[in-house]
Write a protein that binds this ligand. Structure first.
Ligand code: PLP
Length: 291
């Protein structure tokens, strides 16, 4: 089970194992919950994948307890959440049996090419994954299983080691920008909650506006030089590649409504203060014009 509002990789990684993805709906914070997962669970459910979308942690403790109770594996797609922590200081990627982080160039810890990290507390899984990523080889000549090539490129690894020193500092800037947006953007807009005790790293800053003016708002922002994106415009269950999974429009209401009402406002750690002010003024001006 994984949320319908995510990047496609959350789903194909499930397909890749030979399993069938079952998409669940998301709550107003854009994340899955025990409740939305429970609606999709059946006898054949094997695992639950929490996606910490926008760098905001899912309710990992409850989800993990739920998974333990029902004998399901709990996995985290923490691709967007490097550095995120709950109120007890526990990090994204420390809850699941295995968790993935992306270091794609657009991520908070982005490299200059592809890269990623998997964390696990299982010694057995760690060994198995190291073998799989290197063609299934246990040494230069002996192959014990069919694997693939997914080694982290040396150059990217070197960049990552340098960037790791700065990620907490950069994340603080993401949070400061999100806080400034929350304080200054018009209250007509539905803004993300910023929790006091936990650290959400705001890989994206997603607001929601009325469906009928959303696209107009995007084009007006663009005409002012402000590029926005939608994360994500097509929910996973309505992607063409999902057509054999048996979903139809209307199956996952929140995910579908959010796909039509979300806008991701620019956020990155090098965004200048004057640019932030300009974005706030522009968003507010356009909101007043449109709704
Ligand atoms: C970026 C991202 C991925 C994929 O990461 P890659 O580094 O491109 O493999 C998977 N899931 C989510 C939620 C992402 O944002």
């Amino acid at each position: 089970i994984c949320p319908a509002n995510s990047f496609i990789a959350s789903a194909w990684s499930i397909i890749d194992t030979g399993a069938k993805p079952v998409f669940c709906d998301v709550e107003n914070d854009l994340l899955l919950s025990v409740e939305t997962v429970d609606k999709c669970k059946n006898k054949r459910t094997k695992a639950v994948m929490a996606v910490h979308l926008t760098g905001k942690l899912c309710d990992n403790e409850r989800l993990r307890d739920y998974c333990n109770e029902h004998d399901l594996l709990f996995i985290e797609d923490a691709s967007q959440a490097i550095g995120a922590k709950n109120s007890m200081g526990q990090s994204a990627g420390s809850f699941g049996v295995a968790s993935s982080f992306s270091m794609h160039p657009i991520k908070n810890l982005g490299l200059y090419g592809d890269g990623g990290v998997i964390t696990t507390n299982s010694q057995e899984l760690a060994i198995q994954m190291k073998i799989l990523r290197n063609h299934g080889l246990i040494n230069r000549d002996e192959c014990i299983t069919w694997g693939f090539n997914s080694r982290l490129d040396e150059l990217q690894a070197a960049y990552a080691l340098i960037k790791l020193k700065y990620i907490d500092e950069w994340n603080k800037k993401y949070i400061a920008i999100a806080t400034k947006y929350n304080e200054n953007l018009s209250n007509k807009i539905i803004k993300p909650e910023i929790k006091k005790n936990s650290i959400d790293v705001f890989h994206n800053y997603i607001v929601r506006v009325p469906i009928d003016i959303r696209d107009k708002m995007i084009s007006l922002l663009l005409s002012k030089g402000i590029e926005t994106k939608i994360h994500y415009p097509i929910p996973l269950h309505l992607q063409k590649c999902s057509s054999n999974l048996g979903y139809k429009i209307g199956d996952l209401r929140n995910a579908e409504n959010f796909a039509k009402s979300m806008i991701s406002i620019p956020i990155y750690h090098t965004l200048r203060s004057s640019e932030i002010d300009y974005i706030i003024a522009s968003v507010n001006e356009i909101s007043n014009l449109l709704f």
